[in-house]
Write a protein that binds this ligand. Sequence first.
Ligand SMILES: Cc1cc2nc3c(=O)[nH]c(=O)nc-3n(C[C@H](O)[C@H](O)[C@H](O)COP(=O)(O)OP(=O)(O)OC[C@H]3O[C@@H](n4cnc5c(N)ncnc54)[C@H](O)[C@@H]3O)c2cc1C
Length: 507
Amino acid sequence: MNTAQQATLHEEFDVIVVGGGPGGSTAATLVAKHGHRVLLLEKETFPRYQIGESLLPATVHGICRLLDVQEDMEKAGFMVKRGGSFRWGTNPVPWNFLFALAPELSGPTSYAYQVERMKFDDILLRNAAKHGVDVRENSPVSEVVEDEERVRGVRYTDPEGRVHEVAARYVIDASGNKTRISRHAGGERVYSEFFKNLALFGYFEGGKRLPGADRGNILCAAFDEGWIWYIPLSETLTSVGAVISRNRASDIQGTPEEQEKALLGFIDRCDIVRDHLSEATRVTEGTYGELRVRKDYSYANTRFWRPGMALVGDAACFIDPVFSTGVHLATYAGLLAARSINSVLADGISEERAFGEFEGRYRREYGVFYEFLSAFYDMQGSEENYFWKAKKVTAFDSSDLEAFVTLVGGVASRERALTDSAALAERFASSSKALSDAVAATGSMQTESGERMNHLFGAKVVGDVMQEMNEIQRRGVLGTATKESPLLPDGLVPGADGLSWAEPAAG
Ligand SMILES: Cc1cc2nc3c(=O)[nH]c(=O)nc-3n(C[C@H](O)[C@H](O)[C@H](O)COP(=O)(O)OP(=O)(O)OC[C@H]3O[C@@H](n4cnc5c(N)ncnc54)[C@H](O)[C@@H]3O)c2cc1C
């Protein structure tokens, strides 16, 4: 008897989501919010460990607001991240950026969080159940049910070992980078020739914090063999990972003792991180006690959808972690897929058109980051070059620095759903003050090793940004909430609640 014949338990849903990470939970919740029947199948039992702890404002203020989890996020007490600090490129002096420098993010939404993924992913999954999603953990999907025309469902095994066959109008593959079903979308995974790195990471107690408003920043520091992330997860717990070229694979794939020696060696050769960890101890017990290795090769599937199926998050594509874009791309894709499904199920828009919009926007977001990151990895650059590149890839009519912060805040698409429109009025009332306070807070920042971290903030560009924001306020452009224009040629625009597509208004 084959697996198909063993499958005895049949059910039907509107949508099946495979995987309960941020991409899957987002898609499931936003489809359920339109009243559709959604089944989410997750292989593990939550909470479970995952890497990818540094979030962007677009996720925290855009997606989390649509998901109704902003309060849960505040209650969880995650570390507030106001920007990033880099020791990168030709400039030996570390430099910072603040999300407050992007007009889309200034004021009340100028921060994100550093999260323990066990807690963050659990919040999103429980929230999906709260919105009516049928969440089944410990239920791995083994097969996709399809015919020539479309994907029609999946088979999964329940905690008692029984195989179920479930039918649905749509299957979303959000099962992460190790997906075994993405090929059913009809394409294949193509790896980037450029980004082929490996990461070795662990956790430390008692690491130092950057001073003032930057204490929650992600710190990324280049050293001879690659770069290190330093992510403050709480007042005392820090996630530390070394990203190195695949040519050094043999250095980090030995016994746990050899891995520990390798990680401590990388830290030792990276001055600023060594300084920050000088009084810290490595966590050696519990979930955070293990040193882990991950390939972070970048890739994209050649197709993100076919009739009946869409790929979301790492199942579709992944890009190098230096700007913490993984969760943003996964949740943004979850939102785009939900809009397309909600539109088709409401008989509003054809499948071809709705999913064309999904794939077009998703690829564009991935492509902008990809192009920018390719330039960022050129260590021969200075931060001014990087800002200029950000402006080039986003094609924004703004200062270079503004374009950079808008991009790395995850709001380069300029989608209203990714910012908090309710905060607009408040933002413009307080924008100048919030920005000048934030700049003042970092303006006097010194590290213990005496390196200046803030030289950018004396720059004219900061004054220019503030002036520009006041100008926007004066014109009242954002305050009047004008209609969004299509992002793609002949494309669609988000509907009124942000959870479906609409034809753009004529004229
Ligand atoms: C070294 C490194 C550092 C990173 N740092 C960051 C960072 O700082 N910030 C950031 O935003 N991103 C970061 N990322 C990226 C981030 O980890 C991912 O992009 C993000 O977790 C993708 O979310 P997802 O929902 O697509 O998949 P996942 O979070 O991987 O979730 C997929 C889920 O699917 C489940 N699953 C798998 N197979 C099945 C199956 N057959 N049936 C049912 N369920 C299944 C899994 O158990 C899992 O829960 C980093 C990545 C790497 C490699």
